[in-house]
Structure formats: structure tokens, C-alpha cells
Design a protein around this ligand. Structure first.
Ligand code: GSH
Length: 218
């Protein structure tokens, strides 16, 4: 039987969270690496909104990363990322992340394209969300408790992106617990195992099996 097909882009934070959940679920998919400037016709055909990630299942299409995460963990969840109470307590944080924070993050990252404010001003706006995360992480190791959860996986790729806009600033910021959490997440197998580099997929070819069977994450 053919595998579900995941259209993905290595560095996209939404695609990273989806791949992490798929890896955590120990499911296999056929990964098709997309170049955002040249999205494959076959992807646009099944998902005209044309964002990654997209998961094509036998019986439907999932075109929101959070839905792909939920689907994966419904298949199997050995790490117990998707415990109902941790999902409930993280819902608001994820909504803040995907909403206001993401929009400040984009402006901070591409401040030259948004001259209304300086990069430092955009960063200050984004920090309202980091304050909340720091508060959570002062209380426990992960965002919703002592264990890694859906919420950590959903939010981490965006904090990674934020941190690397100016890593020196981030490391010396007022967010010691967040810096420690980011380091833990960056070193976690779940992350390193989903960052392999793939050559872009070509129409009418078979993508690569993901997670890859060999263990060589770079
Ligand atoms: N709400 C979507 C957002 C996905 C998204 O915006 N992905 C970006 C890449 S990080 C994208 O595909 N943008 C379209 C483009 O760049 O053309 C999700 O959660 O999956």
C-alpha cells in the first residue's frame, strides 16, 4: 500500500513541527521536498492555498500543520506528546504563537521590508510572547509540564527561528529558562532526525521515505 505523501520544506517551521510529530509517531510517509518558489503542480492541485506542509492521505488532504501533528499522534504516540490535558493547557500558547508572535517574528526577521519600525522594536513586540514562555519554563522543564508535549513541538521551530535572527542577543537575553529549553530542543533526537537535507522532488518521481531508515541526520 502506498504511503501518505508529505509535501515539506526543510526550514519551514510549520513543516518542522509536522515532521517532528510524524517522527514521534513512528509513522512513515513519502516526503517530497518542495522549493517554495517552484511549488509542484501536483501539490497545488490537491491544495490550492499552496502552503507547506501538506499531507495527502488515502482518504483526504491535511493542509494545516497542527492537523498533520494531530493525525500523526492519533496513529501512535509512544512519547505521549498528545495527552489531552497538556494539549488543552497549551492551546492558548499555540494560538498566540501562530498569531501575533509569528507576525512580529516575520517583521523582526525581515525588518528591512517593514521600515515602519526598527528590528529592535519588532523584537520588543515579539518578546511579549517570550515573556509568557519564560514564565511557563520557570515553573517546569517544558511548556506544559515536566515532559515534552505537543505544545513544545508546535512552538519550538518558531523560537528557533526567532533566536537565530540574532543568536548573541538571544543567548544573553533575560530568558534563561527559554534559552535552556531551546538548547534541549535543538539537541533532541526528534529535531535532529527530521533535518536531513533532501534534493527537491521532481514531478512523476517517488519521494524519499521519511523518517529515513538510516540514522544519519546531519
Ligand atoms: N497555517 C499553515 C501555514 C503554513 C505556511 O505558511 N507555510 C509557509 C512556509 S514556512 C508557506 O508555505 N508559505 C507559502 C509560500 O512561501 O509561498 C500551517 O500551519 O501549515
Amino acid at each position: 500500500m502506498s504511503l501518505p505523501v508529505l509535501y515539506s520544506f526543510r526550514r519551514c517551521p510549520y513543516a518542522i513541527r509536522a515532521r517532528m510529530a510524524i517522527a514521534a509517531s513512528e509513522s512513515s510517509v513519502e516526503l517530497r521536498e518542495v522549493v517554495l518558489k517552484h511549488k509542484p503542480e501536483s501539490m497545488i492541485k490537491i491544495s490550492p492555498k499552496a502552503t507547506v506542509p501538506v499531507l495527502q492521505l488515502q482518504d483526504g488532504i491535511l493542509e494545516e500543520s497542527l492537523d498533520i501533528m494531530q493525525w500523526a499522534l492519533a496513529q501512535s504516540d509512544p512519547l505521549q506528546l498528545g495527552l489531552a490535558d497538556s494539549i488543552a493547557s497549551g492551546e492558548e500558547l499555540i494560538a498566540d504563537n501562530d498569531g501575533e508572535f509569528k507576525s512580529w517574528l516575520d517583521k523582526y526577521k525581515y525588518a528591512d521590508r517593514h521600515p515602519e519600525m526598527t528590528a529592535a522594536e519588532y523584537r520588543t513586540k515579539a518578546c511579549m510572547f517570550l515573556d509568557k514562555l519564560e514564565q511557563q519554563l520557570q515553573q517546569h522543564n517544558y511548556l506544559t509540564g515536566e515532559n515534552l508535549s505537543f505544545t513544545d513541538v508546535a512552538i519550538f521551530p518558531f523560537i528557533r527561528q526567532f533566536a537565530y535572527v540574532d543568536i548573541e542577543w538571544f543567548k544573553s537575553s533575560n530568558y534563561p529558562a527559554l534559552v535552556a529549553w531551546l538548547n534541549t530542543m535543538l539537541e533532541h533526537d526528534l529535531f535532529t532526525s527530521v533535518m536531513n537535507k533532501y534534493t527537491p522532488w521532481q514531478e512523476n518521481t517517488i519521494g524519499v521515505e521519511f523518517p529515513s531508515k538510516d540514522d544519519s541526520s546531519e
